[in-house]
Design a protein around this ligand. Sequence first.
Ligand code: ADP
Ligand code: MG
Length: 684
Amino acid sequence: MAELTTDVRYIKGIGENRAKALNKLGIFTLRDLISYFPRGYEDRTLSRPIRELVPGESACVRAMIAAEPTAHRIRGGKMLVKARAVDESGTLDLVFFNQEYRKNGLHAGETYIFFGKVEGNLLRRQMVNPILEREGQQTLTGRIMPVYPLTAGISQLILSRAVRQGLDACRELMPDFLPDAVRRDHQLCYVNYAYENVHFPTSPEALEVARRRLVFEELFLLTCGLSLLRHRRRDVKGPACQALALAAFYEKLPFSLTNAQRRAIDDAVRDMCSGRPMNRLCQGDVGSGKTMVAAACIWFAVENGWQTALMAPTEILARQHYDNLSPLFARFGIRCALLTGSTRAKERRDILAGLADGTIDLCIGTHALLTEDVQYRKLGLVITDEQHRFGVNQRAALSQKAENPHMLVLSATPIPRTLALVIYGDLDVSVIDELPPGRQKVDTYAVGESYRERINAFLRRQVQEGHQVFIVCPLVGDDETVPDERKAVTAYAKKLQEEIFPDLRVAVLHGKMKPKEKDAVMAAFAAGESDILVSTTVIEVGVDVPNANTMVVENAEQFGLSQLHQLRGRVGRGSAKSYCILLSRDPTEEGKQRLKALTKTNDGFKISEEDLRLRGPGDFFGARQHGLPSLKVADLSCDMRLLDEAQQAAKALMAADPTLSDPAHRILRRRIYELFQVNADSLN
Ligand code: ADP
Ligand code: MG
């Protein structure tokens, strides 16, 4: 008797070798097998008389072999078998390459169903290597067939036969863990129907029904699982904080905060006073003022007697935070330190001592904050900036420095709220949806190479008017060569300096430079000692030079929209009118459309939705391994509505039974535990 956990070798035709190949596809058990979903389908339902076959179209034909097939050896020693089939309406030539067995396998006078792409012309139709079956024994023709992603040693046929057997073996074993009420309310089919029809749909409609159920199920399970995780955290104690009037902090700021900033701060402060650890994502467009939200939280935690750590993804950014925040905090008597990879040994020793004995309240830094010898006396709040650059593991490593510190994550990649839940898992989300007053939009143009001369003249004029310019280059290289970032940017800057702007000061910045050199270049640029900064995307995150009002992005088509938006956020920080010019070399129509989206709006949320629509969620996911179960069926770029529906349903269910301890939810609970296996400990 098979179980869902039975090894795939249980399937007839799957021996040691094929099992190994299937393992490569992640298939070990019968459940894995039937959960290995097709990447597409081939519609073999269309059936026509020979005379109505249209060259170029794929179709089934029911026809009789007219004469015994003939075999010829052709160049390269390959075998060519030819046959002719007829029905009442016409004649069809059949050609088989390298299928010698067809010679004796096809018999004159017998009728078969052939499926293949029709070639030739209306007078002489032909099929090359068609699929064929005896009439009445059809399993491969006359229906919609799954198309699976394959690996060496496994063909479509082997896999679809294995899945067929798998489905038959598992039919009685699949409990429907979706509660009846949920299934009814959302018009979802039964689990068996869904699995059957996602592999072997009886019609396009049946496939749609099946897919809908599976997508819903996947998103529903994920949401319920996250809710369990969140619920479990309710019993964890966080660093204790007392409510304090934030006015004392706000008074000393050079500007008044926006309502959106205050809301985000209120959210965070409420979390920190809740007795449980904060686990919050603060999401806001570039320039929306996330640093001040972080600063308010730091002030609040320090006033409550806790040490805090602020981690930035680059040294430049860490230093910038330090330069901005330490004078502000000095007014409150809050002691800050900067710890990065290039901190000198002696200074580093002092900082470590200060952290260990509690004389340092805030430590700002890079990954250097994660090294083992960094120990805190009383770490209560950990903030990571520009979260998409950090893996969840690094975040976890930092939080290990204390029992269960409050965590705040700042991100400038705006993500639709529903999606944020899937991507950031169990984080609570605050959105800063308002920019500080007086911000002007950056005028953006998407242009081609023919504008080069005009652009150069424009840049020169900007510099003459006292402004500065960023020129951003992606890594240019063809597929074969790994592009050398340093070379590309350096060579380009040299060319600009020597041939185009000999009278201007051109500087270079790239990721391969030593942190010290980078800092020096950035500092010089910020001080107005260079006019044009040619750089890779190292300037993407956070860097603030208000006098730079113009940005040119070379080969803009190679970037994602959200990334371009981030880059663009480097200009428009001062009072001067700002410009962003997106240069691209003959982009495709789709590429043009993409860049156009940026010229139309400065709203990061709209842009990320557009990105999501055009490129799918891969970009958002790719940056981050979240340790949550991965989505197999759901495609978040087009299943957003269903995501919303599944989240609502999960929310309602979890509100009624937060620990899923109702016996009616037993199977559901078990399924979630299986799925969250990686995190099983955290669920218990
Ligand atoms: P981001 O969200 O991209 O990290 P920053 O925190 O760097 O944005 O803020 C961008 C700029 O806006 C900084 O120069 C900051 O001092 C300024 N700023 C932040 N909040 C306000 C505000 N409420 N009013 C005016 N300027 C602000
Ligand atoms: Mg920032």
